[in-house]
Design a protein around this ligand. Structure first.
Ligand code: IVH
Length: 699
């Protein structure tokens, strides 16, 4: 079961068909190695953490911003009501998410990269203004109102006018070093201009962290998706997913091939501060003089009434903008006053993100069906009386899980408010109880699986209800779909319909069976023509030599996502070695050992090997430090010893205790021991922390 929504974007005449696949499969996938605790606070925190992971790291959110904000509101209220329970673990309310992938070296921001406080209503805007009036002691406040670009946040550092690095927001303090990729974006010049095109001479700061957004324009998004679809590849759901997914590619050529743009909307650190204008309204002009792109259009408003009127009018103009936005950003114009106000733990006090309301409509729930995912999780889906929301006909909405239905008390026959936010699966945001028919009964979650009929189970501490039958036909199909997807070995052209037909005909039951398929199967069972059958055969053959990490991820081992799969692949190097993986101290190894202890899992891997699957050795991001031996000595200024060791190993290097002729580098901190002298005596390269981090970044 899957949902396909056609989204027509008025004003751009852009039609994009978004296939939202496998509603349920994201659930377990995202929560790598998280411990489950059965309290409602812990559950909500885990749920929020899961959505943070999907949004920030995977660039594939499954709920709308409004729903996400709702979860946070609910958590806040629970934490206020039960402070003792809330104190047990750190709250998911604090923090701004974390976009680090583990694929790049980590870099510190000089000034923390924060999030923005959100407002949705006129009252939120007036409250923001009132707060600033109180804090600044004056009612005469001017604001700059800008589009809020919906892309991927980046901090770009220039030293004496030379581009030195680009870092993702990360956890706000440190992020992924994506310098190599950002170099390939046209809007990032290697050097800042000292003389602007109008002849003005520019003062260049010693150091400046420019904060910007990497995005893909609507026309480029449409073009790229059309090309992908023509090649049989799945389209990107949103321009944001495309931008966020592209900029964290480990192959810079992919970045080059996609039309990424960048806009600079603010500053982190700037030395000296005098290189900046006094008012934010002049910032775009300044950025332009340096040869970069500032925010192309903005408005200025004084006081609360003008602010609200301007926000409404400017917001109406957004349909004509060629770049994707998810709101407006309201900023205090006076930079000295911004400094005075400072920031909270997560956001500056001088700015507010005004989020556009997503289109909503009321309709009736005709029924509730269940979708069985790859891991057996049953996801309820509301079947709705079709209704048009923002130009799209919506007939289904995700209900997420059993508890969500109970929490909102959604019943068949109810009139519900449905929201469609961006290209996210539509969701139910409220029930109109006044219109509840007397016959509406609470939904009884079934006791048996709709696909195989066997009893369902609910593990302690989990919200999910699941079918525990490994041979359940729905799960078999979803597992194979996952294996052939881009998250797995990427067999282009083998879609869900073909998989369904092959499973129904009894030709495939697991991933290993794919490698026994014959040309006849594609012609007869899938109904492919001879050329397509040939292409499918070739695609399956080619997949035998995909990277090991893809096979590991494609197996769909619970709690082994992209990051863990990559690490495991790096350590084990082949499927045969993986089979021998004993229970070690590494959590990912333990999870894999548990998985392989199950004979039928082990058989799949054995049959993959027998079928000739042979990932090339050393193709799993062996890393920039592959084969190099490091020794650490002294205290590093920013990294702990454990962090430095982890980074060396993650990049394929080896950490040794003492200096030998095999040592390639010594990383030296404060108060180094005799190792530094030994290294010098042997002519081993000596690095300080900065040099080490540069090496990690591949510079
Ligand atoms: S100002 C301290 N201006 O929105 C943060 N941010 O949700 C100051 N964004 O992290 C940010 N357009 O990545 C600002 N015109 C704009 C923006 C903008 C998009 C992003 C930015 C920020 C995120 C917060």
């Amino acid at each position: 079961m899957r949902a396909i929504y056609s989204i027509v974007r008025a004003g751009h005449r852009l039609v994009c068909v978004v296939a939202i696949l496998g509603l349920a499969t994201a659930a377990i996938h995202a929560a790598e190695f998280s411990a489950a605790t059965p309290s409602p606070i812990a559950e909500l925190r885990a749920e929020i953490a899961r959505h943070d992971e999907l949004y920030h790291r995977k660039a594939a959110p499954v709920i709308s911003d409004a729903e996400y904000d709702g979860l946070k509101r609910r958590l806040r209220s629970l934490e206020t009501q039960f402070p003792a329970a809330a104190a047990i673990a750190g709250s998911a309310l604090i923090g701004i998410g974390d976009d680090r992938t583990g694929l790049f070296a980590t870099r510190h921001h000089r000034t923390r990269m924060l999030s923005l406080e959100k407002g949705h209503t006129e009252a939120d805007l007036r409250a923001f203004h009132a707060r600033l009036v109180r804090a600044l002691g004056s009612g005469d406040i001017s604001y700059v109102i800008e589009p809020k670009f919906d892309g991927f946040a980046v901090s770009v550092t220039y030293e004496k006018g030379v581009f030195v690095r680009a870092v993702t927001r990360g956890d706000g303090t440190e992020g992924d070093d994506i310098t190599t990729n950002v170099r390939r974006i046209r809007g990032v010049p290697g050097t800042l201009r000292t003389v602007a095109s109008d002849g003005t001479v520019n003062a260049l700061p010693d150091v400046i962290e420019l904060r910007g957004e990497i995005y893909v324009s609507w026309p480029d998004f449409a073009r790229l998706n059309a090309t992908r679809e023509a090649a049989g590849e799945p389209p990107f759901a949103t321009p944001r997913n495309l931008a966020a997914g592209t900029i964290r590619q480990t192959d810079p050529a992919v970045v080059e091939a996609r039309e990424l743009e960048i806009v600079f909307h603010g500053v982190g650190a700037c030395v000296p501060g005098s290189a900046l204008p006094r008012q934010h309204r002049e910032f775009s002009v300044q950025v332009g003089r340096w040869g970069m792109r500032g925010v192309p259009e903005f408005r200025i408003a004084r006081g609360a009434d003008e602010l609200w009127a301007t926000v409404q009018a400017f917001g109406r103009a957004r349909e004509g903008w060629p770049y994707p936005t998810d709101g407006l950003v309201i900023k205090l114009d006076d930079l000295a006053a911004q400094q005075e106000l400072g920031a909270t733990e997560t956001a500056p006090r001088w700015a507010l993100a005004y989020k556009f309301a997503s289109p909503q409509a009321e309709t009736t729930v005709l029924g509730i069906t269940l979708q069985v995912g790859r891991t057996g999780v049953l996801t309820p889906v509301a079947e709705l009386a079709p209704v048009e929301i923002g130009g799209v006909t919506v007939a289904r909405a995700s209900l997420h899980n059993r508890d969500e239905i109970a929490r909102e008390d959604i019943r068949i026959g109810d009139t519900v408010r449905v929201e469609r936010a961006g290209e996210i699966i539509p969701s139910i945001v409220g029930v109109n109880r006044a219109r509840r028919p007397a016959s509406a009964e609470p939904f009884e979650f079934p006791a048996s699986c709709p696909s195989c009929g066997l009893p369902v189970e609910c593990r302690s501490g989990e919200v999910a209800v699941r079918c525990g039958n490994f041979d359940c036909p729905a799960q078999v199909r979803r597992r194979i779909e996952h294996f052939v997807s881009e998250d797995g070995v990427g067999i282009v052209g083998l879609g869900p319909a073909a998989i369904d037909a092959l499973v129904a005909a009894g030709r495939i039951n697991d991933a290993a069976d794919l490698y026994g398929l014959k040309r006849e199967d594609f012609l007869r069972i899938v109904g492919a023509g001879p050329p397509e059958a040939g292409r499918l055969q070739a695609a399956i053959e080619t997949s035998k030599t995909r990277e090991l990490r893809r096979f590991i991820q494609g197996l769909g081992i619970p709690r082994v996502g992209a990051v863990a799969a990559r690490e495991v692949a790096r350590r084990h190097r082949s499927l045969a070695v993986l089979l021998a993986a004993a229970e070690g101290s590494d959590p990912a190894d333990r999870v894999i050992a548990t998985y392989l202890a199950e004979p039928r899992h082990r058989r799949i891997v054995e049959r993959l090997i027998a079928a000739g699957v042979k990932p090339p050795p050393g193709d799993d991001g062996a890393g920039v430090l592959a084969g190099r031996v490091f020794v650490l000595t002294g205290t590093l200024p920013n990294l702990t010893r454990a962090q430095a060791m982890a980074r060396i190993e993650a990049a394929g290097g080896i950490v040794a205790g003492g200096i030998t002729r095999a040592t390639s580098h010594v990383v030296v901190g404060v108060d180094p021991g005799v190792k530094l002298e030994q290294a010098r005596a042997l002519g081993v390269e000596v690095l300080d922390e900065a040099g080490f981090v540069r090496l990690l970044a591949g510079e």
